[in-house]
Structures are given as C-alpha cells and as structure tokens.
Design a protein around this ligand. Sequence first.
Ligand code: DC
Length: 230
Amino acid sequence: MTYNLSWLKDKVIAIDGPAGSGKSTTARLVAARLGYKYLDTGAMYRALTYFALRHGISPGDEGALTALAQKLSIGFETGESVNRVFLAGEDVTEEIRSPEVTAAVSEVSAHPGVREAMVSKQRKIGEKGSVVAEGRDTTTVVFPDANLKIYLQATAEQRAQRRLIDLARAGVATTIEDQIADLERRDRYDSTREHSPLTRASDAYVVDTSNCTVEDQVERVLTIFKTAMS
Ligand code: DC
C-alpha cells in the first residue's frame, strides 16, 4: 500500500526500543513508504566507536570522544534494502556492525559530551521534518515534540533469534544463548545509564513485535500514524 498523502508530509516520527526489537527495519521501511528520510542514530554512535577503536582512542576517554563526535562527518545513503553509512566519505556500513564495535558502543554512547554532540547533529538532520528517527532516546531527548512516538518491544528470545539470522548472513558464528546474554547486557547498560537512558516516553505508542512479520510491523506503525494525524 502507498501512503503518499500530502497531509502526512513534513512530520517527525521517532521510534525507540531495545536492541533487536525491529527498529531499524521498521523505521527504514516506514520512511520509504512515506518518502521520508531515515535517521539511524545507533549507526552514528557505532560509526564514532569504529573510528575511535581504529585510532586507538579508548571507549572510556570522554574528552577525546567528544571532540571527535563534534568534528566527525557521518553521512547516510538509504537504499531499497540497506542504509549505507559513511564516515568522512568512507563506506563503513559493514565495519560498524562488527562484534568489537558492538561490545564497545554502549560505553562510548554513555558519555554526556558524546551524546550532546550527536543529539545536535541528529536534530539538524530532522529540523525540516519528513524524517523517521530511531534509537534509544529519539522519543525522549532528541525529538521530544515528535508528531508520533513509537516504542517497539519484543521478547529477548525473539530479539536474539533475529540477531542470529543477521549475524549468520554476515558470516559470524554464534549461539542463541550468547545472543540472549549479549542483548540482556546491552539492555541493562542502555536502560540504567545516567544520561538519556532508554525509557518508554509516556506519550509513545507501544508496539510489540514478538510475533510480527516485518510487513505487519510496518503496517501497524503506518496505521497508528495515519490515525494519530487525522
Ligand atoms: O541500535 P544499535 O544497536 O545500532 O545501537 C548501538 C548502541 O548505540 C546501543 O547499544 C546504544 C547506543 N545508542 C544510544 O545510546 N542512543 C541512541 N539514540 C541510539 C543508540
């Protein structure tokens, strides 16, 4: 179904939720249906982490990471099935999903200086509207006045299962137990950190994706959007 209706133009949709809840796929496809930009805020924290690790900057070095976050140029090119991520012009789409980056990104993204620099870049990208942003704090901090807020959730088992499929495609061998443990560790870290923890905004619509196909998730968000805007 195509939603190319003029009354749905120029809005901001913010989607938050834990790792593996389906945010990226849902947000990218909702954006494509609406002709909106897709903003993957997690990819920005990952790109910064990748650059830092490559240049020997420790995930605990807030000063160096903040300075880097302020000057680093991060770009996106959203295609049919993938959102390509560029760091100073270099395509780092695959590199930012490596286990090393995944292990370090929660610590890097917990620094207030890093968050401030990233939030300012994210608001700039979203300032003209027509954007679907997703992450951990897009409904609470980045776009507190978003026209629509969605909180996606799914059981840890379902989320781990999805990760397993993604990682197998990327040639990474792992087990469901390891993935559940890793997701629970990241959930704990992302939800209990002092600055901008992952929380459900009181005005967010909760969508449980545990037993949903991707198409179901996209349709549910679009239906909520159309209803909320009418
Ligand atoms: O969505 P993701 O797994 O690619 O996000 C990577 C990490 O970045 C995640 O562990 C927490 C952090 N993150 C954040 O702190 N704030 C956001 N808005 C998005 C992601």
